[in-house]
Design a protein around this ligand. Sequence first.
Ligand SMILES: Cc1cc2nc3c(=O)[nH]c(=O)nc-3n(C[C@H](O)[C@H](O)[C@H](O)COP(=O)(O)OP(=O)(O)OC[C@H]3O[C@@H](n4cnc5c(N)ncnc54)[C@H](O)[C@@H]3O)c2cc1C
Length: 456
Amino acid sequence: MNDTLVWYRRDLRVADHPALAWASDSGRRAVPVYVHAPHEEAPWAPGGASRWWLHHSLQKLAGDLSDLGLALTHLTGDSAAQLAQAARAAGADSIAWNRAIEPHLAARDETVAAALRDAGLEVALFDSGLLSPPDRLLKDDGTAYRVYTPFAKRLRRQLHEVAIPVYAPAAQDPSGPLPIDVGLDALGLLDKHPWHAKLGRHWEPGEAAAWDHLETFLASAIAGYDERRDQPGVPGTSRLSPHLHFGEITPIQVLARLMPHLDVAPGAAKGAERFLSELLWREFAHHVLWHFPESPERSLNARFEQGFWRDDARLLELWQQGRTGIALVDAGMRELWESGWMHNRVRMVAASFLTKQLGLDWRLGAAWFWDTLVDADLANNTLGWQWVAGCGVDAAPYYRIFNPDLQAEKFDAAAHYRNSWLSAAYREQPPPPLVDLRAARAAALDRYQHHIKQGA
Ligand SMILES: Cc1cc2nc3c(=O)[nH]c(=O)nc-3n(C[C@H](O)[C@H](O)[C@H](O)COP(=O)(O)OP(=O)(O)OC[C@H]3O[C@@H](n4cnc5c(N)ncnc54)[C@H](O)[C@@H]3O)c2cc1C
């Protein structure tokens, strides 16, 4: 039997990888290939922090594949042309990959699949990356869910149908990369300026590190997750988001490991149930993106599209740099800049401050997150921003305006979080606050009410 290409994308692992398993099950030798094609992902090509992650994750993947006797070939250019060339170089008559879960990438996949079929290759496609493919669950009337709770209830009922993880294929006799391999460094993922070196102090990309995070979380934090997940100063969440985004671990694998924690006496599984509900938010975010592919660019509540948001470069820059004079917001923005990540509670507060107290366009904040988060994810980021700004599906009501000082008192009472991200100099002499929080809240309420009345 001939060899088969396995096209790697955001599924940078060897276990629970249906395309890789298919190659092995059908007795073909897998030839793993990664094609760097940011122009095909535009305008959502990975940002700076994501490219750092991708570089190191590919490096780890190459090592894990090599343990199986497989060599990763790195290519750059148009995907269809590169894959056709790789198939010729490998003497492969088929190609397998896991379907993209975002609409603009799924559309690209269809074009690539058609071109490769025309070139005479067998194309095998698989679902992976979500518990339920983004187009699968619909309301009884055939339309997409716009509200999380019924969506999550429905999916929760179907979880027993979710496939069990597939195992990594057995090791084979080692082979080298294809002669057309350009090597990892030629993909140019790392910026020349070494700003990203600091990310390595906080993160280790790769499948093994993803499993370490999951097992540590299940062993030490799952029971208290329900209470501690909102406290940014304690290690209360899984920190799995970049690993899930890059497909170093799958939600199916996480669910399989979570099941024993869910399957306990009623009431004892509060932490595990809450954690599952967050995984279901991730599913919902992808469902929304799939059915409303315009949502990264447009407020889903159309009334907020005309003349509502402000654009002020100076305010935006002060927010980006963590110099708003509001301690919790500034701590969050500095955590983001230093580590490529921000705690969920603080993401909500920082995003609310930008869009409500400062009145800036949520897309400006989303774009900054896109460039600086190691877990930057089109579905989750878009849903998070539109939720906070009150302009998305199932969004927070416009009058829910987080007061960052009260949030800090409630969730960071001992100031562990603020102290770990704000320098001594900042704490001694904080910058003057950009706004008076009470006045800014009142102004934001006025602005929303006035706009809604005008549009009604
Ligand atoms: C303004 C804003 C922007 C955001 N941008 C992103 C983003 O670009 N990428 C991203 O992965 N998440 C984003 N989130 C959601 C959330 O903040 C992160 O998923 C979470 O902080 C990741 O930390 P964790 O892995 O420790 O989460 P845990 O609490 O351990 O949760 C487990 C997993 O569930 C998923 N999850 C948790 N919360 C959410 C949520 N609110 N929406 C969707 N999925 C969720 C994530 O995959 C996460 O890894 C954003 C939230 C807001 C408010």
